[in-house]
Design a protein. Sequence first.
Length: 399
Amino acid sequence: MTRVTRRKILKGAAAAAAGVALPVRAYAAGEAVKVGILTPLTGAGGADGPRMLKAMQAVFDEVNKAGGVDGRMFQTVVEDDQTNPEAAVRAARKLIEVDKVPIIMGTWASSVTTAVLPVCWESKTFMMTVSGADSISLLPHQGYLVRTQPTSKLQSIAHASYIASTGKMKIGVIGIQAPFAQSTKEHLDATIKAAGGSVVSHVIYEKDKSTYRSEIDQVMKANPDNLYLNGYAPDTVVVLRDLYKAGIELPKFCQSYAVPQSTLDANPPEVSEGVVTGSPSADVDSTAYKLAADRLGMREIDAYVAQATDWASLAVLTFAKSKEATGSAFKDNVRKVSQGDGVKVYSAIEGLKAISEGKEINYEGASGPCDFNEIGDIAKCRFRFTQVRNGKLEFLKIV
């Protein structure tokens, strides 16, 4: 099988996108505003995509039931990106060329977003994502991107700070071949060195292997006292199993998306016992968080659901501000509703009311303040840490 590199994906996606640049559409009065949702319903992100989809649709349903924006309803067009860059590019082209959506939201894997983003910027389609690789916002997206997920740098600093607090600072990294993996290791190393530790070994592996015992043996040669498992859920199941079979009882730290309940259920409880996970935290004390949880009929929501809620809310409010359903209008107006000195609002419905009254608004989201810098990155975020005990994730703290 031919190996698809990031460079090949970018080159192919950009070339494909060159043929899909679209003229600005004139929307008829009352015509539905189409929103493209491209999210992983299958593959490594299949545990998170359906929840994000439900959150986005709940916001649009609530707005539509309230009469939409000046009588115009929101219509979602959903595609499964399969957590696969090639499948995602095909789906993005369909959304843009056939469905003619001005905005796409919902990608999860950094490799997928890296592949799809050129298709978006070449066609002037706005994009919102949960991918965190530093490299994404450094691509020449021309402003057609914002992301509510903190970068790999912000996440790595938070993770390294937590690990440093445990005193176990000789870190062995076992990471998947993915855009975020290398930058995560570099930021992790820089932060832990400042605290007196270091990344003593770093092994990159390919996904979908039946065993990672050789990679484990390589990383253990440097005698780490802490392991950082930097992969996705399917491969983390195998890595944890191989570590247990090898009798390696070192502390282990994972990204939260690598250890959903499905990962824990795939192995006996003792295999994952004690694993600590870190993730961006939803703003659990905020009004927007409570409204999002109530909308979904849930007591608590996670960071991905919170971010998906915010994408949909920002899409509605940006359209209400600009009165134009084009990617350029979303690009030019999203910060006008999400930051600044306007009145703070905590839902799309509340924001629409304020806009109708002629007020400037500042949407404060379920994931936190939606303040984006000049290249589309979120400015700051809180982080949530949990630990596996008896096959379940238990809350530790929010920093």
